[in-house]
Design a protein around this ligand. Structure first.
Ligand SMILES: Cc1cc2nc3c(=O)[nH]c(=O)nc-3n(C[C@H](O)[C@H](O)[C@H](O)COP(=O)(O)O)c2cc1C
Length: 196
């Protein structure tokens, strides 16, 4: 069974640089014949998390199932006011620690400034440490200054940023391999036999 990688976009913006970076990482993963999907956190339509809310919203159930099914995740966030997106944090608040335990995770961010965005990754790193996920060291922060246009007018990341995003993808695959060797990846998982 092929392993599935979930790429999560924490920006709701239509022309999101975070999503563009995730699509670039996805290209690398597809080349290595992994199955992937990009999840826009905004599409989950999650209200602000309320612990008193007894029934999980449909979007939260779908979010949890997608995390469960993923052998690895790439979390992409825009940097907002020196931190990661509130939409991501709200979505994480709908989940339990057990869901994340030992999940290989890669982090990428999009920021407005050249060489900013690191705070959002540090923030996410703390959260994922707290839920015992296996966050890899490789990470990337991109901005519009990392984009370039070719002679046909097509826009893509420059070589340096492509290299960084490629290393993030490679790092995630390495961690997934390690997790597999340790028996931490549940590749036999199916929605049909899942216990809640
Ligand atoms: C509310 C808000 C706050 C922002 N704060 C920062 C910031 O603190 N540092 C930074 O480098 N860029 C900041 N930016 C710029 C975004 O990080 C940048 O536009 C990035 O491309 C957003 O990702 P997206 O295109 O995927 O939405 C901010 C943008 C918004 C809308």
């Amino acid at each position: 069974m092929s392993e599935h990688i979930l790429l999560v976009c924490g920006s709701l913006k239509e022309e999101s640089l975070t999503r563009f970076a995730l699509q670039t990482v996805e290209r690398f993963l597809l080349d290595k014949e992994y199955t992937t999907s990009i999840l826009n956190v905004g599409d989950l339509n999650l209200p602000i998390f309320d612990p008193d809310q007894v029934k999980l919203p449909v979007g939260a159930q779908s979010w949890i199932e997608q995390i469960e099914l993923a052998s690895g995740l790439v979390i992409g966030t825009p940097e907002y006011h020196g931190g990661f997106s509130g939409a991501i944090k709200n979505a994480i608040d709908y989940t339990k620690t057990e869901l994340w335990k030992d999940k290989p995770i890669a982090l990428i961010a999009a920021a407005g400034g050249y060489r900013t965005g690191i705070n959002s990754l540090n923030g996410l790193r703390l959260i994922f440490r707290n839920v015992y996920a296996r966050t890899i060291n490789e990470q990337a922060v991109c901005s519009k200054y990392d984009l370039e246009e070719d002679e046909d007018g097509d826009v893509d990341f420059n070589e340096v940023m492509l290299g960084q995003l490629y290393r993030v993808a490679e790092g995630l695959l390495r961690e997934m391999q390690f997790a597999r060797q340790l028996g931490l990846i549940r590749s036999d998982f199916s929605l049909a036999n899942r216990e809640r």
